[in-house]
Design a protein around this ligand. Sequence first.
Ligand SMILES: Nc1nc2c(ncn2[C@@H]2O[C@H](COP(=O)(O)OP(=O)(O)OP(=O)(O)O)[C@@H](O)[C@H]2O)c(=O)[nH]1
Ligand SMILES: [Mg+2]
Length: 396
Amino acid sequence: MTGWPALGTAKGCGYRLALMNEAIRPGPDTPRQAAGLLQLSVVVPTFNERDNVGALFRKLEATLRGIAWEVIFVDDNSPDGTWQALRELARQDDRVRCIRRIGRRGLSGACIEGILASSAPYAAVMDADLQHDETQLPKMLSLLQSGEAELVVGSRYIEGGSAASFDRQRAGASAFATEIARRVLRVSIADPMSGFFMIRRDRFEALAPQLSTQGFKILLDVVASADGELKAVEIPYSFGSRLHGESKLDSMVALDFLGLVLAKLTNDTVSLRFLLFAMVGSIGLGVHLATLFLMHSLIKAPFAEAQAAGALVAMTSNFILNNFLTYRDQRLKGFAILRGLLLFYLVCSVGLFANVGVAFSVYDQEPVWWLAGTAGALMGVVWNYAMSGLFVWRKR
Ligand SMILES: Nc1nc2c(ncn2[C@@H]2O[C@H](COP(=O)(O)OP(=O)(O)OP(=O)(O)O)[C@@H](O)[C@H]2O)c(=O)[nH]1
Ligand SMILES: [Mg+2]
């Protein structure tokens, strides 16, 4: 027996139809359904923001009353369990969603994934730590809805805005980066470094393939990639102080910024990761040549041995630098560093043979140590790049 009332009797049919109607009838209104068709997705990247997300949600709820909105948190597997707090929040309110990313880090990548996971016509990006003034969101939305803008930027550097919470060093760095972006990339907005903006999702989707997932400066990337084709309006706001938790800004942000500027200058023909890898490679070349000089010219070791030692030292320093800079979003930690280093040696051993072989044959014909050393090291760099991306820092 199925447990269903028998078909064919008027009473039984009626009961079954009633059950089916029950199944297809929408349940009680959720806050999202009650507000109508989804208009706005607020995307919030989080890393160790457990104590901030609840307060942010309540502030959004208060300020976005009457608007059909949702918030998409993109958490990079925070050790403080932010994603667990978000899951709890999402179970209680269907306007909250949480994307938990594993094995990846990066503010820009998190924002891109969050916006691409949204289906609302408009998407905002803001920090979790309550430094961005959420009360500006309705105004930003109406500027987009009216067609006056395709991008609205919360700006600290126009009249009425401020970044009073910055210390002198950070204010100087921010002003310097803004000036570089404006002059070198010819970005015309006053605050291209802002992390607070709202954009038409269709415009963002069109630009998304050009954007870099690395780095901190998603807005600068969006504006530079749009190349003046995005109608932007700035509205002032005051950048507040972080509520709880620690800043994720570190000195490496400057490097990310430099890489982004260079990538945009070369029309995205070279990726930020490749630029960083090439930069580390050129440092490795210096390390290689210095070791070669020390061994061959000062210690008088035979050339082949000196060249092999140079390659080994350069490979080790390249591994360490790449782990800290080039692949810092997938940085190997703890025991994985040793495993990665051994793997790095292993996959590059063919490159090492090629390195020494090429250098030796060049040196054989033309005994100029730096020429032979450079030729060999270049061979090694190409191998290292191809192999490391495939085996050492491969994406999970
Ligand atoms: N998903 C994800 N979010 C991140 C990452 N790094 C930073 N964030 C989040 O991005 C937002 C901005 O980072 P903050 O550390 O606040 O940077 P900031 O506002 O420039 O610096 P402070 O003024 O010191 O707070 C915060 O909500 C962070 O939790 C990351 O690697 N992944
Ligand atoms: Mg912050």
